[in-house]
Design a protein around this ligand. Structure first.
Ligand code: AHR
Length: 494
């Protein structure tokens, strides 16, 4: 099979906001306890944070981490996770039928984020709580005033404010599974009034309003428009969430996941612009795709988990090769939409539907999805270029005209150029011709590929390197072949 990839200098989608390489840590399963935090662990630092985990996160260079949920946040009292650890209450977490010990809260998490080199993206509880607690939390985190919550922070040992810039107005408030879920107008009013007070406390913060929990939600569209109409002046971003599944074990279909993501992004961006026009506003609402990943492998195991455990092993999907390729293709889609998607969070980061896995008291290992995330985050910074592919396509039961090849070129700030590409064909390798105007003097210096014969191959604590990317040899003529069913990173230099 043959295909052509086109892009040219100065034909930009947008400068990439590095926050699209964000991730997510929720108080859920072993993400916090046993994931980022394990005081007795041999790599634990002075605060009990696992340094083996921190090392991998720093390698990825995760710019922003959403916290503390997720569904968890909708029943959370943030005050429970502050101050004297011995006095913190143990509580029922109704989101995940678990017990929350509150040994980690915002006091510790903001310190962990500093050690990881990340910013915190903080979510407030608009499920069981509201504007009052949300604005108090902004004061606790960011205020320098001589007032109750800022003084509480000081009394808890933090003289300097945490300076948290990005805030989520609740989580998935349209979902019946959410504690305190809302009708579109109920949420829209609450988001508007909470956001207003939060910005009155700190006018430098940015706010992300909940969009739909998935494009398949019955209120999708109505939800976004209602929220935008009511809260346009308060909010800065509309959130998108979606998880991709391969229930039927149909790889060809699963490889179309990024088309579903692309359509979702374009639909929500269009709604933001529709309301912008309706309001005759100069302000553009951009997108925060703050939960995305593959998630379905752990569904059955999770149903069997006993309730009310501390840090049970929940949502521990074991990702295979095809999941890795899909995650790589979803990153390509985020880059192709870099003009509108300014924040994105791979959900999640450690143990819970995660690229990084730990063994309690033991080792760390990396899932297949770690690799495209790592390579794209490290090499996909700069400016995304409009990238077109001329290639064949295929149909599945659910999708028509799925292009075999998808690609995006990124002009890096150091003058290098990186192309990320997938070949969706399960049968044929693809010979690529590159038409790259303005980059004629560039040559391929590296080609990394995630590929293999067994789409269900995966890594584990005992077989850590079963699926890892391979570095392909580069021939002098600069020809490029994408193996069948593969995700690729091709680096160019002058
Ligand atoms: O990431 C896991 C869960 O998925 C989050 O808690 C929730 O927001 C979503 O439904």
């Amino acid at each position: 099979m043959k295909a052509k990839i086109f892009f040219e200098k100065n034909s930009e989608v947008s400068k990439i906001d590095n926050r699209i390489y964000g991730s997510f840590i929720e108080h859920l399963g072993r993400a916090v306890y046993g994931g980022i935090y394990e005081p007795g662990h041999e790599t634990a630092d002075d605060m009990g944070f696992r340094q083996d985990v921190l090392k991998e996160i720093k390698k990825i260079n995760v710019p922003i981490v959403r916290y503390p949920g997720g569904n968890f946040v909708s029943g959370y009292n943030w005050e429970d996770g502050t101050g004297d650890k011995a006095a913190r209450p143990k509580k029922l977490d109704l989101a995940w039928s678990s017990v929350e010990t509150n040994q980690i809260g915002i006091d510790e998490f903001q310190e962990w984020a500093k050690r990881a080199g990340s910013e915190v993206m903080m979510a407030v509880n608009l499920g069981t709580r509201g504007a009052e607690e949300a604005k108090n939390l902004v004061e606790y985190c960011n205020s320098t005033t001589d007032t109750y919550y800022a003084n509480k922070r000081r009394a808890n040992g933090f003289d300097k404010p945490f300076k948290i810039k990005t805030w989520c107005l609740g989580n998935e408030m349209d979902g019946p599974w959410q504690m305190g879920s809302k009708k579109p107008m109920e949420y829209a009013r609450l988001a508007c009034e909470s956001g207003k007070l939060m910005k009155w406390v700190d006018s430098d913060i940015e706010l992300v309003a909940c969009g739909s929990s998935a494009p398949t939600m019955p209120t999708f569209g109505e939800w976004e428009r209602t929220v935008l109409r009511e809260a346009y002046d308060q909010i800065d971003y509309m959130s998108l969430h979606n998880y991709y599944r391969n229930d039927k074990g149909d790889t060809a279909e699963f490889f179309a996941s990024s088309m579903i993501m692309d359509r979702f992004i374009k639909d929500v961006a269009a709604m933001c612009d529709e309301i912008k026009a309706e309001k005759n506003s100069d302000k553009t609402i951009n997108l925060s795709f703050d939960e995305w990943n593959v998630w379905f492998h752990s569904d059955e195991a999770d149903k069997k988990q006993e309730k009310w455990q501390i840090a049970p092993p929940l949502l521990e999907d074991i990702y295979d090769l095809q999941d890795g390729i899909v995650v790589g293709s979803l990153l390509i889609t985020l880059l192709k939409n870099a003009d509108r998607v300014k924040i994105a969070c791979l959900a999640q980061l450690v143990n819970v539907i995660a690229p990084i896995m730990t063994v309690n008291g033991g080792d760390i290992w990396l899932q297949t999805i770690f690799y495209p995330y790592y390579y794209t985050s490290v090499n996909g910074r700069g400016t995304a270029l409009v990238t077109k592919c001329e290639c064949g396509s295929y149909d599945t039961e659910e999708h028509k005209n799925i292009p075999y090849i998808d690609a995006v070129a990124v002009e890096n700030e150091d003058g290098k150029l990186t192309v990320f590409a997938i070949n969706r064909s399960l049968e044929e390798n693809c010979e690529i011709t590159l038409d790259m105007k303005g980059f004629e003097d560039y040559r391929i210096v590296k080609h990394v590929s995630l590929e293999g014969d067994d789409m269900t191959a995966h890594n584990s604590a005992d077989n850590k390197k079963n699926v890892i990317p391979t570095e392909k040899s580069i021939d002098g003529a600069g020809s490029l072949t994408l193996s069948k069913a593969s995700w690729n990173m091709i680096c160019f230099e002058k």
